[in-house]
Design a protein around this ligand. Structure first.
Ligand code: GLU
Length: 314
């Protein structure tokens, strides 16, 4: 029966096509789809990021930091590398991404340096002041809270974002709903951070554990070495968004953490130039676009940025 010959031929063809389509759907899902409203698993998409116009005629002769960068030919910027959607380094490509990285890039463009030439240095919370004082970096953008104590050691442009201290726990945690529940609980934070200092002072019954970075705290949380991680909500929401089936952020923020760009303390010219640059980049829409392509991915819509605090020269 010759007319039946094509059947066995077509069958093996159909199966792989179906399998291929299924595999493709699974792959697309793995890359982008999840529960309704959940953020995509992938990080910032380069095509969503603003392109910052480099102010090629810009000069800042009164700033020793800017002049040194000009001689060098590029800026050296201190950042974090393990904070999802804020400052994150891709281990494969070595590339940095996130909202803080975008702020670093827009500042670079405003200061007349192509953002692509920025040399990033990962600096932990406890080492930021020293890095700025030693001239290891020109400025620092990494969830850096402006406060009076730090202002004695460094200068701050901004603020460019307002965060608040919060708590990250395992999804199955029933006992911790806010800082009032931390007595006798092991709570992890970063050495030298304001959240660590606040826990120490205001919640002395918590058993504090300090590491250099929050990602180590999160590893400790996932392996039941600690009961909670405490730092800014912006940081914790990023970790929770990466593994929503394992982690949750609880309670309401219990502090105000205005993020500034750290500069060498005596370089007022650089600080004021960065204040101007932030204001301009907020006005031209770049700030919002950058937020939406980065930190917005952890689930919070773009807020109105806080007013710049252009405090007098010191
Ligand atoms: N914003 C807080 C701070 O500057 C916590 C985040 C951090 O350690 O970078 O200390």
């Amino acid at each position: 029966m010759p007319h039946r010959a094509p059947v066995p031929l077509r069958a093996p063809v159909r199966v792989p096509v179906r399998a291929f389509v299924l595999a493709l759907v699974l792959l697309v899902c793995a890359l982008g789809c999840g529960r309704a409203g959940s953020p995509p698993v992938k990080g910032p998409q380069p095509e969503d990021l603003p392109v910052y116009q480099v102010d090629t005629g810009f000069r800042l002769p009164d700033s020793p930091t800017w002049k040194r960068a000009e001689r060098r030919g590029h800026l050296v910027v201190g950042v974090k590398e393990d904070q999802p959607y804020l400052g994150e380094k891709d281990p494969a490509s070595g590339r940095y991404s996130g909202f803080d990285i975008e702020i670093a890039k827009m500042m670079s463009a405003s200061l007349g340096f192509d953002p692509q030439t920025i040399e990033y240095k990962t600096i932990a919370s406890a080492n930021r002041e020293t890095a700025l004082q030693n001239g290891q970096i020109d400025y620092y953008v990494g969830t850096y809270t402006i406060n009076d104590n730090r202002k004695k050691q460094v200068g701050f442009a901004g603020p460019y974002y307002m965060a608040g201290q919060s708590l990250l726990v395992r999804k199955d945690e029933q006992d911790i709903g806010g800082p009032q529940d931390l007595a006798g609980k092991k709570v992890c934070s970063a050495a030298g951070s304001t959240p660590y200092q606040r826990l120490q002072k205001e919640f002395p019954k918590a058993v504090l554990v300090a590491y250099d970075t929050y990602s180590v705290c999160v590893d400790n949380l996932l392996t039941y070495q600690v009961d909670a991680v405490s730092t800014d909500d912006s940081i914790l929401l990023g970790y929770a968004a990466k593994v929503p089936e394992e982690l949750k952020v609880v309670g309401t923020p219990f502090s105000r953490e205005p993020y500034g760009i750290g500069v060498p303390r005596s370089d007022n010219a650089l600080r004021f130039a960065l204040d101007d640059a932030l204001e301009a980049q907020e006005k031209n829409g770049n700030w919002k676009k950058a937020y939406e392509a980065t930190l917005g991915l952890s689930g919070v819509p773009a807020p109105t940025p806080p007013a710049i605090d252009r405090y007098p020269a010191s």
